[in-house]
Design a protein around this ligand. Structure first.
Ligand code: UD1
Ligand code: UDP
Length: 381
């Protein structure tokens, strides 16, 4: 029997971190030819992940331009995907999450009548503009997909409520599979500065911020809140690997640079980031991925957004929504910095997002779909 040609498509850092372990799992199956097409919606931040996971894509659309717009990303991906699909002739295309690459990858697969598997399916805020454009991207992919790999039972329920009842699997999130390969107790950082941070002696707070809906006023509030926290607490050190987006960098330069006890550094390779998270005191972020990783590592998270599509860790008590208003953010951070009991209540490891076997379940589900294996069991947290 011919091997199934399963093509994973991704383009940004978080997609890559969550898809590399899956590309490798698929490659380990004798029935599958695992193909990888990157759009390079991110260039440096994508290449860094490919290096960490030692993965060489079969196809690279190389679309990134500085300050790219949503329309240019989507249209360049669509045009490039035509060529990739014609050349690699996949039996199924896998896309991940909710970026513009995800949407364009799924739409292109549909145009070529290639079935689509959606990894990290079923996340919702029910607010069209937040996260923007991700909420609509993932809804549009749901309309196209044939297989839905939901990280949690809650994600599956979201899809069922929308009338999707076939092809649903609860797999856990592949990010936990990735974490299992990167985090080490005896890890030495290649970024020398990170080996010398006062973990334990001071409160090392890991910060990231990049979301489009936070551009403008919300990002200004976030930066000023971080500045205020650093200025007012001598026992705190903020470590902030700044996203390469020029919009983010401008806000950081204008409102945060120069504050005491703030370490502004370049984006970190995934293994460095994961091990830094494992050692820090707490996390403040608007990232989706960090909201999944930090709880697994027992680190409290303050989410710098008005809503979240990841309510599981909020329910478990390790993640709180801090919003995007300076005073609110400062108040919530100070509680965790100064109140030991409040901190202890949030600092316990929970794993609502997976057991590290998501990639195995997804590969099994794909084989089952093509009549070449058993149906995998659901992941029940
Ligand atoms: C994108 C995704 C977002 C995801 C985020 C992860 C969309 C619309 N947005 O947002 O869902 O959460 O990635 O980080 O799909 N840049 C570089 N080098 C890089 C990466 C980015 O220079 O390696 C700069 C470029 O100027 C680029 C800009 O950052 O134009 C913005 O990148 P883009 O992918 O458009 O948006 P993100 O905010 O990164
Ligand atoms: N990350 C990284 N280096 C950094 C910042 C983040 O490797 O300097 C990782 C992080 O651990 C997580 C992923 O990138 O796995 C999250 O990506 P991002 O916040 O850019 O996107 P989101 O998850 O919000 O879509």
């Amino acid at each position: 029997m011919d091997k199934l040609r399963i093509m994973s498509v991704f383009g940004t850092r978080p997609e890559a971190i969550k898809m590399c372990p899956l590309v490798k799992e698929l490659a380990s199956r004798p029935e599958i030819e695992s193909l990888c097409c990157v759009t390079a919606q991110h260039r440096q931040m994508l290449d860094s992940v490919l290096e960490v996971f030692d993965l060489k894509p079969d196809w690279d659309l190389d679309i990134m331009t500085p300050r790219q717009t949503l329309s240019t990303i989507t249209s360049k991906c669509l045009l490039g995907m035509d060529e990739a699909i014609d050349a690699l002739k996949p039996d199924m295309i896998l896309v991940h999450g909710d970026t513009s690459t995800t949407f364009a990858g799924a739409l292109s697969a549909f145009y070529h009548q290639v079935p689509v598997g959606h990894v990290e399916a079923g996340l919702r805020t029910y607010d069209k503009y937040s996260p923007f454009p991700e909420e609509m991207n993932r809804k549009m992919v749901s309309a196209i997909a044939d297989l839905y790999f939901c990280p949690t039972v809650n994600n599956r329920e979201n899809l069922v409520k929308e009338g999707i009842t076939k092809g649903l699997f609860v797999t856990g999130n592949t990010v936990i599979d990735a974490l299992k390969t990167t985090v080490r107790k005896d890890y030495t950082f290649a970024t020398e500065e990170l080996n010398h941070l006062p973990y334990g002696e001071k409160k090392v707070i890991l910060v990231t911020c990049h979301r489009r809906e936070n551009y403008g006023e919300p990002m200004k509030h976030i930066m000023l809140a971080l500045r205020q926290i650093a200025e007012q607490h001598e026992d705190v050190e903020l470590v902030y690997p700044v996203h390469l987006s020029p919009v983010v960098r401008e806000a950081v330069d204008k409102y945060l640079r120069g504050a005491p006890r703030v370490h502004l550094i370049d984006p970190l390779p995934a293994d460095e980031m994961h091990n830094l998270m494992a050692r820090c005191y707490m996390v403040m972020t608007d990232s989706g991925g960090l909201q999944e990783e930090a709880p697994a590592l027992g680190k409290p998270v303050l989410v710098l957004r008005r809503e979240t599509e990841r309510p599981e860790a909020v329910a478990a008590g390790t993640v709180k929504l801090a919003g995007v208003v300076q005073d609110d953010i400062v108040t919530m951070a100070e509680r965790l910095i100064c109140d030991k009991a409040a901190y202890a209540k949030m600092a316990h490891a929970v794993n609502p997002y997976g057991d590290g076997n998501a990639c195995r379940r997804i590969a099994d589900a794909i084989l089952w779909h093509f009549g070449r294996g058993e149906k995998p069991e659901d992941y029940l947290a």
